[in-house]
Write a protein that binds this ligand. Structure first.
Ligand code: FAD
Length: 526
């Protein structure tokens, strides 16, 4: 093994990045973490409901697998989901070993229940501060282990490298001080793209840059059309769209429209605990037909003690708006929440580029199919993170199987750097309005045009520069819209007004790849 191969570069410091770094370190490698903000800033930090694993006495990995497959609307890769669910208990044991303080009842780990899970299998910590507890525990382990972590450092591009991996191009957070690292293993753990939508539960770091960078470098992407919308984020004009976890409905809270009626029981047999896409669309319909800007989550039947013990962060947040969930109904709207697709990987986390791995939300392992089950995303970062760490130690030949359909997207429209804030706002509004909860051919086609124009405009003015955040945002948005336009059906999180039914011919995955000639070029300023 070369010295470069022993020094994996891990991009991102959420659950996937921190865990891969820790495991690489334990396996005798010398990882470096690169992260664009502070070490702890990530989607992971804000996760509330918890992490799923079949550790309850009445549960089994097999049952967890079946629930995952069912939620994914015929598109779950069964082999990947089997890995996810069968390795979950061992990865939970790792988190306990790393000091994650899961909540307990009478000395045993407490388990909650979330939508579309047939068992109580959601582990939580600090009530609804699960992500924060995990992030802090892993961060402290990373610091204690002396793993090098470069904060406010951004992956800007990946260039052709060696057998060990690609060349990584980094800069500081202001886009200056560009450096090229020796080719070696690169692990993308850059998370999702939720904040590219105008209404989102994600922090501003979640811009899908990893997807755009990998795509430009020639990686294959899959399932980009599947963006999960969470049904319940806090609604108030000017307030952040703070997530109100599904676990609250798991405890018995119910949705009501502005007339006070429970509407979910007429929509789905699981009523308020129906799959997320169904609840999100039902709320959207209520909002559109009533003209009222939100619906309400009613937790007033739950004991106040339980609410404050199990959901302290939510109660604290609501208190800052003068609301008490044991007394007041909570105004909620659906928001963009989770990127199901991403960089196509095999079961070992290998992408289509030698030495480039992906883990966590940026990866498309196939475990979620068309719709993610709650609690499976934190888990995915761990399970496939472990496999990535082992693969980095003992790299073997292989890579992802290409999906049944691959769309080639020309790269000419996607270089350059456009820093104007207005452009980002246009991306966010267009994604929300045209590539949101309910889509149509007309809206998607106009979104594709707009994203191409945005990316082309920035390319023309700054052709010499490395792609910047806006160009990457426009590219990621373009890829979501392109994939959504191609899939002429409705399935899981992807709903087309003009194709409202599931269609057997679409029981396949859609891949996206950059047109070969442009994709393999060196980063523009080498
Ligand atoms: C409000 C909220 C609640 C959630 N609740 C749950 C839950 O209860 N259970 C569950 O399973 N999932 C939940 N999720 C989803 C889950 O939190 C995420 O899918 C998961 O944390 C993703 O982990 P990750 O490590 O892949 O990415 P992240 O945690 O998002 O980390 C990505 C990292 O990459 C860095 N980065 C990005 N681009 C670059 C770049 N170009 N250069 C350098 N660094 C970069 C970021 O700064 C960040 O450190 C929730 C998400 C949100 C937003």
């Amino acid at each position: 093994m070369t010295e470069a191969a022993r020094r994996p570069l891990i991009i991102g410091s959420g659950i996937a990045g921190l865990y891969v770094a820790l495991r690489c370190h334990e396996l005798g490698l010398r990882p470096t973490i690169v992260t664009k903000a502070r070490l702890e800033e990530s989607n992971t930090r804000y996760a509330q409901g918890g992490i799923a694993a079949a550790i309850g006495p009445d549960d089994s990995p097999r049952q967890h697998l079946e629930d995952t497959v069912k939620a994914g609307d015929e598109l779950v890769d069964r082999a990947a989901a089997r890995v996810l669910t069968s390795e979950a208990p061992a990865r939970i044991a790792d988190l306990v070993r790393y000091g994650v303080p899961f909540d307990t009842i009478e000395g045993r780990i407490a388990l909650g229940r979330e939508a579309a899970h047939s068992r109580f299998r959601t582990l939580h910590a600090g009530g609804d501060a699960t992500g924060l507890s995990i992030e802090e525990a892993l961060k402290h382990r990373v610091v204690d282990a002396g793993i090098e972590a470069r904060e406010r450092t951004v992956l800007r591009a990946l260039g052709p490298g060696s057998r060990d991996g690609p060349v990584a191009v980094l800069s500081d957070a202001d886009g200056k001080a560009v450096e090229f690292l020796t080719a070696g293993p690169v692990v993308l753990a850059t998370g999702g793209a939720g904040s590219l939508y105008r209404q989102s539960s994600n922090p501003s770091i979640a811009t899908g840059e990893g997807v755009a960078i990998a795509f430009r470098a020639g990686a294959l992407l899959t399932d980009m059309e599947f963006v999960q919308f969470h049904p319940t984020a806090f609604y108030r004009e000017g307030a952040p769209r703070f997530l109100i976890t599904e676990a609250l409905r798991g405890e018995g809270a119910v949705l009501r429209n502005d007339a006070g009626d429970r509407f979910m029981s007429t929509v789905h047999r699981d009523a308020d605990l129906a799959p997320r896409d169904i609840v999100a669309r039902a709320i959207d319909r209520q909002i559109v037909t009533s003209g009222h800007p939100c619906v309400y989550l009613d937790a007033t039947a739950l004991p106040r003690d339980l609410l404050f013990a199990r959901f302290p962060s939510i109660c604290h947040f609501l208190a800052s708006y003068g609301l008490d969930p044991s007394r007041d109904q909570i105004p909620v709207v659906p928001v963009a929440h989770y990127m199901i697709g991403g960089v196509t990987t095999d079961l070992e986390g290998r992408s289509a580029i030698p030495g480039l791995y992906a883990a966590g939300e940026v990866a498309s392992t196939g475990v979620h199919g068309a719709n993610r089950l709650a609690g499976n995303s934190l888990l995915e970062g761990l399970v496939f993170g472990e496999r990535v760490a082992r693969q980095v130690l003992h790299p073997g030949p292989g890579g992802p199987k290409p999906p049944a359909r691959i769309e080639e997207v020309p790269l000419s429209a996607t270089g350059g750097r456009g820093e104007e804030a207005a452009d980002l706002e246009e991306v966010r509004s267009t994604l929300w309005d045209e590539v949101g909860i309910v889509r149509s051919a007309e809206g998607l086609a106009s979104a594709v045009d707009r994203f191409e124009r945005l990316a082309r405009g920035t390319a023309a003015t700054r052709a010499e520069a490395l792609p910047g955040p806006i160009a990457n945002a426009a590219l990621t948005a373009l890829l979501i819209a392109r994939a959504a336009l191609v899939r002429t059906e409705s399935r899981g999180a992807h709903f087309r007004r003009d194709w409202p039914q599931r269609r057997a011919i679409w029981r396949i995955h859609v891949g996206l790849r950059a047109k070969a000639s442009a994709a393999r070029g060196r980063p523009a300023n080498r």
